[in-house]
Design a protein around this ligand. Structure first.
Ligand SMILES: Cc1ncc(COP(=O)(O)O)c(C=O)c1O
Length: 432
């Protein structure tokens, strides 16, 4: 077969013709990436971008880290994939490492091929253990796009894509969106937003579990300690299990190995994914306490769950972020990012929310009224940043948050580059 995809035009045309994408392309997308290293990616036209998405929040140690590539290459000459009935040294090593790093309430690991699947197994496990069917999730919560994960994903935009009404077994409980506090008590907060939750749980005695990200990645919503204290106390009182979704917040992203550590939470079940494969293939995990998984029946295993190459690469990712101080760097750079963004004193910057390098900048038309910056302006900001070589995504409950989750190795000089591009872009979009 001849390779006729020799130049950028041909590759882009073939992308349009042969690739199925789940959304219409905004201007400037897709960026087809030919090379990536550290925090930088280069597209097929040779344009360089600073990647503030870490390859969709996966490459926590940076793109193509040599230690990860080397570990994957070495594993490729040993064993690739075995039956789920058996195992590999790489997968056992990774399971052991995860359990050593996880909170003490978590004792065992089950490997899956993606975060949605890991959450679906977590739901199965909780339902089997409690012999109950219902699951509570947080407003604004995201736990994946497959049909089972959608059942506990809050966003209507995604739920509608299911093409059928979703079940009635699961229900949303309030989240902590303090910048837009619905109770009107941001300065005297006694966590009034959770006042009705006990009654909600009482009305649903068949509730097996609460699934939540400790910090919601969509919009970077980090609840205050007292919010989690109260929620955790209520769900414990009702005998409801806690599934912590660490697919995005795990592996150093928030300046701790896992985000539950910020709050001292002790989940019964914890899921992980994204960087767990070191960016090599796809690997995720459902981890659980010995007690809660004693009745676990998965049916069988996902075919590629625990792939040896992904596991070896994931282990190398963990070794790298630990030995190269990247978790500490994430905490430090998150603070740097926050100060630099506020220092812009831009009239459209309403809120800056970073926990480590899980960051969001919420853009508003008016900081006093918090009026949301409109879709078209948001699109122009994103396009402007792309033109200036900044790869970002937009998210949040109202689609007005710049989502900033670079590799954990980012430097202050690279953040300065982004901040300078943001200053120019916001000014230029405002001037029309
Ligand atoms: C918090 C969270 N849970 C689950 C998922 C789903 O993971 P995957 O896309 O690997 O299925 C994601 C993906 O973005 C996520 O951010």
């Amino acid at each position: 077969m001849t390779d006729d995809l020799k130049d950028a035009d041909a590759i882009e045309a073939a992308d349009q013709k042969y690739m199925m994408r789940p959304w219409t392309h905004p201007k400037g997308e897709p960026v087809i990436i030919a090379k990536a290293r550290g925090c930088t990616v280069t597209d097929i036209r040779g344009k360089e971008y600073l990647d503030l998405t870490a390859g969709y929040f996966v490459n926590n140690a940076g793109h193509c880290h040599p230690r990860i590539a080397e570990a994957a290459m070495k594993q490729m000459h040993e064993v690739l994939q075995v039956s789920g009935k058996h195992g590999t040294v790489a997968a056992v090593r990774l399971a052991k490492r995860l359990i050593e790093l996880a909170p003490p309430s978590i004792n065992k690991t089950f490997f899956t091929t993606g975060g949605s699947e890991a959450n679906e197994f977590a739901l199965k496990l909780a339902r089997q253990h409690k012999k109950k069917t219902d699951v509570a999730y947080l407003e604004n919560g995201y736990h994946g796009l497959s049909l089972g994960a959608l059942e506990v994903t809050a966003s209507e935009k995604y739920r509608e894509a299911a093409g059928k009404p979703l079940g009635k077994d699961n229900y949303a409980v309030p989240t902590a969106y303090c910048y837009r506090c619905k109770c009107g008590t941001p300065n005297t907060c006694k966590v009034e937003c959770l006042d009705g939750v006990e009654a909600m749980f009482d009305a649903r005695p068949n509730t097996a579990a609460l699934i939540a990200e400790p910090i919601q990645a969509v919009g970077g919503l980090a609840p205050p300690q007292k919010w989690w204290d109260r929620m955790d106390q209520i769900r414990r009182k009702k005998g409801i299990m806690f599934i912590a979704d660490e697919v995005q917040t795990g592996l150093g992203r928030t300046g701790k190995m896992f985000a539950v550590e910020h709050y001292g939470l002790k989940p019964d079940v914890m899921t992980g994914g994204k960087g767990l494969s070191g960016g090599v293939g796809s690997l995720a995990a459902t981890m659980a306490s010995s007690e809660s998984c004693k009745d676990f029946f998965g049916g069988t295993t996902p075919t590629s769950g625990g792939n040896a190459v992904s596991a070896a690469a994931g282990l190398a990712l963990i070794d790298t972020i630990v030995s190269e101080g990247m978790i500490e760097n994430a905490a430090k750079m998150g603070r740097y990012f926050t100060e630099a963004a506020w220092d812009l004193k831009d009239p459209w910057i309403g809120d800056v929310r970073f926990t480590g390098l899980l960051g969001g900048i919420e853009l508003v038309k008016n900081t006093a009224t918090k009026e949301i910056l409109g879709k078209s302006e948001m699109a122009k900001v994103k396009d402007g940043l792309h033109e200036m070589g900044m790869l970002i995504t937009v998210s949040g409950l109202h689609g007005n948050v710049l989502r900033l989750q670079p590799p954990l190795s980012i430097t202050s000089a690279q953040i300065d580059q982004f901040i300078s591009a943001l200053r120019k872009t916001l000014q230029s979009v405002r001037q029309g």
